[in-house]
Design a protein around this ligand. Structure first.
Ligand SMILES: *[C@@H]1O[C@H](CO)[C@@H](O)[C@H](O)[C@H]1NC(C)=O
Ligand SMILES: *[C@@H]1O[C@H](CO)[C@@H](O)[C@H](O)[C@H]1NC(C)=O
Ligand SMILES: *[C@@H]1O[C@H](CO)[C@@H](O)[C@H](O)[C@H]1NC(C)=O
Ligand SMILES: *[C@@H]1O[C@H](CO)[C@@H](O)[C@H](O)[C@H]1NC(C)=O
Ligand SMILES: *[C@@H]1O[C@H](CO)[C@@H](O)[C@H](O)[C@H]1NC(C)=O
Ligand SMILES: *[C@@H]1O[C@H](CO)[C@@H](O)[C@H](O)[C@H]1NC(C)=O
Ligand SMILES: CC(=O)N[C@H]1CO[C@H](CO)[C@@H](O)[C@@H]1O
Length: 566
């Protein structure tokens, strides 16, 4: 909860006990809360310690406004007000101020000496104004300041000396401005700083030693900048770092050793960068539980890349360009519960890639180009929950693969070009054997054409004998079509088909008994069309259901992205 909210809640909690001491204001003991005033109130009691203004219409603030109560004033808040000018000297006799919030105003600049007398000030919140420049001397006397929030303003430049006096600062936010450059000494001496937010600026690089005095830093936000490179020593002096956000930048590589001195790190975001490769030596031992690397440009995952991440529960590598995952890529990830490799360029896997991952539950491999799966590739996995193979290039699955897949509770197989010849029999039998693992209605033939859209689990043996198993799946549906699957021929209606009413249901389920296929081409096409359209509509519905089901919150990853990357 930010300071404004907490203060407003504090005032609200005073509730019924308040009285209207000044028109438009509520008072409680020495606290005053004013709302929608058009002018700064003139008769504020001299004992006032807390005063706040929201949705007011006065444009300026000056020394005389505060003189009556300046010596007792401790908390001063202005929120959502037309304020555009704060005059020199406004706070120069309010020496007991500990807490100032000026937010959501029209203020574009503040006098250089505005805060110079405020040696007791602990919190200064200037978030969400229109400050276009930082005056280098603003904070020179604020030696007691612990919280400084300057986010959501409009400055592009941060003078190097700006924060040097703030030896007690614990929280500093410069997020959502347009700063493009920082210096080695920008954060010099801020050894108490725990949280530093630099996200949403226009930073392209960081000096290698910019964090070297921040030995108590716990959280660093660098996301949403344009950073292309991070020095390998950048984090060498921040051993207490717990959260590091670097997503949505332009990093194309991570140097060896960069994350090797971060034993307490448990959250990192690296998604939406341009990372082309990752190698062993990048991640040292740390407490990381989730690693999000989606939307990068990784082309391969090599042995031991993540070996030090023994606490990792979730590894997201989706939406890269990965065409190769080596056998030892996930070695050491003994806690890994879920790995997401979907939407990559994989055509095959190594048999031992998932070996020695005793806690692996979910594997997503959808939207790749798998034409086959290795034997026994799920051998060591005894808690397998879901394996997603949707939208790959599998023509069938041999018995040894099916034996592996039987370990999973849930297998997603739709959108593969299943070729319904006799090699599909193991899959058909398996689907019948394990109706609870797969939604059978979604697993349908792609070829041959006359079986396109047919539910594989419902195929009869005879259906499958009609097509030669050796036939190439593409050719089978085009040049090499057998006479009875020839499209023009099917369309020319035969008297028999037209005149004989058929029972659709029977012809779907019993089709294929001898000549049935040839005799019923038209009705089959109609039925197939009906089935296909049902399947399409259902897939959309299912898609929606999955989309909803997969919603899992994470404060640093937008819900949308999280859904589509897992
Ligand atoms: C404070 O500022 C006002 C306005 O600039 C000025 O008149 C006054 O002398 C100053 N007082 C002190 C104590 O600096
Ligand atoms: C930052 O700069 C971009 C253009 O580079 C501009 O569109 C945007 O409004 C600026 N943001 C702020 C907060 O000034
Ligand atoms: C594991 O961490 C150590 C210590 O930081 C480092 O030297 C080593 O290269 C890391 N190993 C891998 C495989 O990343
Ligand atoms: C596996 O996926 C299911 C369904 O999406 C989810 O409920 C479960 O938490 C996941 N398990 C792990 C260990 O990630
Ligand atoms: C299927 O996977 C490919 C390759 O990743 C992808 O381009 C395509 O959009 C996916 N199709 C669907 C319907 O998800
Ligand atoms: C299987 O998919 C169909 C749509 O094809 C859907 O109506 C049905 O609810 C799904 N069944 C399960 C168990 O999800
Ligand atoms: C069982 C059944 O109704 N089968 C029908 C399938 O289609 C043929 C040809 O159109 C009919 O003659 C059958 O009666």
């Amino acid at each position: 909860m930010d300071v404004v909210t907490s203060l407003l809640l504090f005032f609200c909690s005073l509730g019924a006990a308040t009285s209207s001491c000044i028109p438009g204001c509520q008072c409680q003991k020495t606290s005053i809360m004013c709302h929608s005033l058009s002018d700064f109130p003139t008769h504020v009691p001299s004992s006032t310690t807390h005063i706040s203004f929201s949705d007011c219409k006065f444009y300026s603030l000056k020394h005389e406004d505060l003189t009556k109560f300046s010596s007792s004033l401790e908390h001063f808040v202005i929120v959502k007000t037309a304020l555009s000018q704060v005059h020199t000297g406004t706070f120069n006799s309010s020496l007991n101020l500990k807490f100032i919030v000026i937010t959501e105003t029209e203020v574009q600049d503040l006098p250089e000496t505005l805060f110079e007398k405020l040696q007791k000030l602990q919190t200064l919140n200037l978030k969400y104004n229109k400050l276009f420049a930082i005056r280098p001397r603003w904070f020179f006397q604020l030696t007691e300041l612990t919280q400084l929030d300057m986010s959501k303003n409009r400055f592009t430049y941060i003078p190097v000396e700006t924060f040097h006096a703030l030896k007690k600062l614990k929280f500093l936010s410069l997020a959502a401005n347009n700063a493009s450059q920082l210096f080695s000494d920008t954060f010099k001496g801020l050894s108490e700083l725990k949280i530093l937010r630099l996200n949403k600026n226009l930073l392209t690089e960081l000096p290698a030693d910019i964090l070297s005095d921040l030995d108590n830093l716990e959280e660093l936000s660098l996301q949403d900048n344009q950073i292309t490179y991070l020095d390998h020593m950048l984090f060498s002096k921040t051993p207490k770092l717990q959260k590091l956000f670097i997503s949505n930048n332009r990093l194309w590589s991570l140097p060896q050793g960069i994350f090797c001195n971060l034993p307490l790190l448990y959250q990192i975001s690296l998604y939406e960068n341009h990372l082309k490769s990752l190698s062993p030596g990048v991640f040292g031992p740390m407490a990381l539980r989730e690693l999000w690397l989606y939307d990068n440009k990784l082309s391969r995952v090599d042995d031991d890349t993540f070996r030090n991440l023994t606490q990792l529960h979730l590894l997201v590598l989706s939406r890269n360009q990965i065409s190769y995952v080596s056998e030892g890529a996930f070695r050491g990830l003994t806690q890994l519960g879920e790995v997401s490799l979907h939407t990559n360029r994989l055509t095959s896997l190594q048999a031992r890639t998932f070996e020695e991952l005793p806690n692996l539950v979910n594997i997503s491999l959808e939207n790749n180009f798998f034409t086959s799966l290795p034997s026994d590739f799920l051998k060591d996995l005894n808690n397998l929950g879901e394996i997603d193979l949707r939208n790959n290039s599998l023509p069938n699955l041999p018995q040894h693969n099916l034996d592996s897949l039987a370990k999973a509770e849930n297998v997603l197989l739709q959108q593969n070009p299943w070729r319904c010849d006799k090699n599909i029999l193991p899959l058909r039998n398996w689907l019948k054997l394990y109706p609870s693992k797969v939604n059978q209605t979604l697993v349908v033939c792609e070829t041959p054409l006359n079986l396109k859209g047919e539910i594989i689990a419902m195929l009869a043996d005879e259906d499958l004998m009609a097509v030669s198993p050796s036939e190439d799946p593409v050719l089978a549906s085009t040049e090499k079509r057998r006479p009875h699957t020839d499209l023009p021929k099917q369309i020319s209606p035969s008297a028999e088909v037209l005149t004989t009413p058929t029972s659709k249901q029977e012809n779907v389920t019993n089709r294929g008994k001898g000549q049935g296929v040839q005799a019923n081409n038209i009705s089959l096409i109609l039925i197939a069309l009906a089935v296909v359209s049902t399947v399409i509509i259902s897939s959309v519905i299912i898609g929606c259901i999955y989309w909803k089901r997969n919603r899992r919150g994470n404060e640093n990853i937008s819900q949308m992205s999280r859904n589509s990357v897992l």
